[in-house]
Design a protein around this ligand. Structure first.
Ligand code: MRU
Length: 363
């Protein structure tokens, strides 16, 4: 996608052919900055500190982290140690484990001398695959938006609510939840997006709004608590969210607050879609309640960062002094509240049987 008219992905190989460039998401939306990763430790830190975030991008960064590790030391011990180190940076998005398993499958059978080149190739291929997967998710989601648009009066927008950032900034390009939206917008379909601000880190207000704005997609930021009200008043045609992990029975872990949106959607007969690549399905878990939920620091709840008129970025305390806070970063939406999954293979019911039929070879 484009930033100021220039094509970007979220992660790419540097001009030197070995270092890894990322967009530093902790600086958005106030500043667009890229940063260079040169070691596996820096890749791990980028994941932990959320310079990169979003399930597919976490996986893509881990794959490049393995390439950097193999460049420094391609031994068996380094391979296993690096996988273990990267895997523990964030617990919920299963794409991280998926990417590291892929790297192990590729690298373990090779001699140490062959590993560096193979790791870079797999990391780059992984990015290309992710772009194509997200593009196809968009094609399938587009049909859903087209159907709704065909029932609208001329000029009336299709109103789509999304939570957190499951956009191109969370993947390598296109996004999962946003891919159908971009494809509809590119075809001239009148779409308007309700962007949940997504406290406490504001991925909606900071990132989704940023990327939709850069692409010219009409949108409005809403506070996280506004969605139910808008649904009650017929102002949401459908919800599309992303996910960090789907258990084999179709339960969905996603950014905290997703469950409440799904409940409100269910109560108001608003279709609730979850867009995902196959790399987000955890076939080893049969129940979403077993998905590990990341607990983040209380500072994210008790303080907020923003831009002053002079352009400087500051963090301020917003809570009563002395109060503590809890900060679960994800929740689980039961499959029964999900209308369907939008995957790269098509739209599929959120249940164990349908998922297994669609991904027969993976189970
Ligand atoms: O904590 P984050 O910002 O990494 O959480 C991101 C989300 O919850 C996304 O919705 C999810 O990873 C899907 S990204 C396509």
């Amino acid at each position: 996608m484009k930033i100021d008219g220039k094509d970007f992905r979220t992660i790419w190989l540097g001009d030197d052919g070995w270092s890894v460039e990322i967009i530093d998401q902790t600086k958005l939306p106030h500043r667009f900055e890229t940063t260079r990763l040169t070691t596996v430790e820096e890749a791990g830190r980028a994941i932990l500190t959320m310079q990169v975030r979003g399930a597919p991008l976490i996986g893509a960064t881990a794959a490049f982290g393995m390439a950097l590790a193999m460049r420094a030391d391609p031994s068996d011990a380094s391979l296993e140690h690096s996988i273990e180190f990267l895997a523990k940076q964030r617990p919920t998005a299963v794409n991280l484990r998926w990417a590291l398993n892929e790297m192990r499958k590729t690298l373990a059978p090779l001699s140490p001398a062959e590993r560096e080149a193979a790791a870079y190739k797999r990391a780059v291929d992984n990015c290309d695959e992710d772009v194509e997967t997200c593009r196809r998710i968009g094609e399938h989601g587009l049909e859903i938006i087209q159907n709704i648009a065909s029932g609208k009066a001329p000029g009336e927008p299709v109103n789509i609510l999304t939570h957190c950032n499951a956009g191109w900034i969370a993947c390598v390009d296109w996004g999962t939840a946003t891919s159908p939206i971009y494809q509809a917008h590119n075809l001239g379909i009148n779409v308007h997006v309700w962007v949940d601000e997504t406290r406490p880190r504001n991925q909606g207000a900071a990132l989704t709004a940023y990327e939709l704005g850069a692409h010219g997609v009409p949108h409005s930021i809403i506070v996280d608590n506004a969605g139910g009200h808008l649904m009650q008043h017929g102002q949401v045609d459908l919800c599309i969210v992303g996910t960090d992990r789907v258990s084999a029975n179709g339960d969905v872990a996603n950014k905290i607050g997703t469950y409440l949106k799904a409940l409100a959607a269910h109560d108001n007969d608003v279709p609730f879609f979850v867009a995902l690549p196959y790399t987000t399905i955890d076939w080893e878990l049969d129940d979403g309640m077993k998905i590990p939920i990341e607990e983040r620091g209380q500072d994210e709840v008790l303080a907020m960062t923003g831009r002053l008129e002079d352009g400087s970025v500051v963090t301020v305390d917003i809570a009563a002094p002395g109060s503590s806070a809890a900060n679960p970063a994800f929740d689980v939406t039961p499959a029964r509240l999900v209308t369907a999954f939008i995957t790269e293979r098509g739209v599929v019911a959120a249940d164990a049987t349908a998922l297994k039929e669609m991904y027969e070879e993976a189970v």
